[in-house]
Structure formats: C-alpha cells, structure tokens
Design a protein around this ligand. Sequence first.
Ligand SMILES: CC(C)(COP(=O)(O)OP(=O)(O)OC[C@H]1O[C@@H](n2cnc3c(N)ncnc32)[C@H](O)[C@@H]1OP(=O)(O)O)[C@@H](O)C(=O)NCCC(=O)NCCS
Length: 181
Amino acid sequence: MTSRYPSCSMLSALHTERLALSAFTEDDAAELHELFADPRTHTIGSGPFTAFAQTTRWIANRVATQREHGLCWYAVRRVDTGQLIGNCGLFASRTGCSEPEIGYLIAEGHRGRGYAAEATAAVLRHCRAVGLRRVWAGVRPRNTASRRVAESAGMSLDHVEIDERGDLVFYAIDLAPTTTR
Ligand SMILES: CC(C)(COP(=O)(O)OP(=O)(O)OC[C@H]1O[C@@H](n2cnc3c(N)ncnc32)[C@H](O)[C@@H]1OP(=O)(O)O)[C@@H](O)C(=O)NCCC(=O)NCCS
C-alpha cells in the first residue's frame, strides 16, 4: 500500500569530494547489471544476478521505496570519470521506515580506496539532515570489510539476530540532533 506520509524525504543527489551519488533510475540498469552480474562484486544477498530482469526489478523496487517512503538508494559514481562504481542507500524491510537500514556495495576493482566509507558518511549525514533518528546496518559476521565500513561511519554493534542464513550482526547509529548550550 502506498503511504501518503513518507517518514522522510531524501534528496535524489548528494556529492562528496570524489563521488556523485544519484537516485537510481532505469537508465542506470545496464551499468548496474555489470556490477550485479559480477561474482567478485555481488557477493551478498541473492547475487550474482544472472538475468538483466533481476537488476531492472531491483531498481524498480528502489524507485518505489523512494516514492512511497522517501528513502533513497544512490548510484555511486566517481566524479573524475563518471563511472558507476557501486551503490549506497537505505531500505526499510527489516527495521522499518523510521529506522531504516543502510546498505552499500563497491565494485571489486575499486575497493580499498575509501569509497564505501565516503559514500556511507555522506548518506548518514543526509539522514541526520532529513530527521531520521537512527539507522541500522545488518552484516554477516564474516563480512569484515562491511563491518569496518559500519564502524568507520560511527556505527556501534547493537545485537545479533539469527535468520535463515545464520547470524546477522546489527550495527546502529543514533542520529538525533546534538543539543548545544
Ligand atoms: C564492504 C565494501 C562495500 C567495502 O568497500 P570499500 O570501498 O573497499 O571500503 P573502504 O575502502 O571504504 O574501507 C572502509 C574500511 O573498511 C576496511 N576494509 C575494506 N575492505 C576490507 C577487507 N577486505 N578486510 C578488512 N577491512 C577492510 C578499510 O581498511 C577501511 O577501514 P578503516 O576505516 O579502518 O581504514 C566492499 O567490500 C563490498 O562491496 N563488498 C561486497 C558487498 C557488501 O558486503 N556490502 C555490505 C553488505 S552488509
């Protein structure tokens, strides 16, 4: 059902020193599918994708989430080349719209240069600006890189849940505005 009252309204474009973040549209599908079909890159969830339709459906779901809940999932592009190198954004499935989860993925050939940390920091800064009070990250225990991204963004280990695929470590960050005296 479409909510008439999104929990927040995120901008469709964000910028950092090295990265341009923009809400996914169907025009990104071909480039994104290269990442999602690559088994070295798409190592989480139901990846790697084998059919182009999986990528177009993924984008359509993100477009719907932004329309209905105001939560945005961004294409992450290098400013210097314009190349799509990953994605970073919010989803609401496990923790709800008012305390969504952040997710991120960087193409294998672009890892280890701080891009995930840079994109995550920008998205979390924006989350605070639009009034989200808490953001979660659910990470598999052995995903050291993802755990480090969450920790470097200031997220703290909160609890562990068990789902059909095993343990899931939940990190959280409290984004309540800081009060000044
Ligand atoms: C997780 C992922 C996005 C990290 O991308 P990245 O751009 O290489 O990460 P960064 O370069 O910004 O590194 C951020 C931190 O993680 C650390 N890190 C990155 N890769 C690491 C690895 N393989 N092992 C240990 N630490 C790692 C970095 O050293 C850095 O730590 P620091 O803050 O102490 O310096 C990338 O590995 C990826 O796309 N993995 C597959 C998708 C995925 O797991 N997404 C998260 C699902 S919960």
